[in-house]
Design a protein around this ligand. Sequence first.
Ligand SMILES: [Zn+2]
Length: 164
Amino acid sequence: MTSEALVCPSCAEPHPSDERFCRVCKMPLVYSGSLELDEPVSERHERARKIDPRYTEGDLVRVAGAMNQAEAEFVQGLLLEEGIPSTLRRTRGFDVPDMLAAGPRDVMVPASGHGAAREVLLEAEIVGEDPAADETRPSRVLAVLLAVLACGALIVWLGTELST
Ligand SMILES: [Zn+2]
């Protein structure tokens, strides 16, 4: 049995286990064990070819949540069709043993692919009630509202100051 080191499916460069994408070609890394057993080289190259290098820059950010591994992999497939690489992370706060396929997952994409990924998933109606993305809007509205109120108060105060 080969070791469970992470390797790049494209250039076969080994990486430490905390890495998620190849430093050279930005491919999502796979375990070397699965690399040799799972699929022929042509299929891996096919997948590598789909990835758009524009979507591989920056830190990993969460783009969607999935109820379980299967759903998460479905989301990954949709993203890959648009050239967006992704990786899965166990949703924080759910302490399920690692070998279980159950439990929610976060789908993570490179920061530069986040916008495109959101579009893909919105179109597929997979996201929409994503709290991380939606809660920014009301707070921005509130900030503008507070600024307007502050200006109004200042004007009223200046008005009373000047008239006395
Ligand atoms: Zn590589």
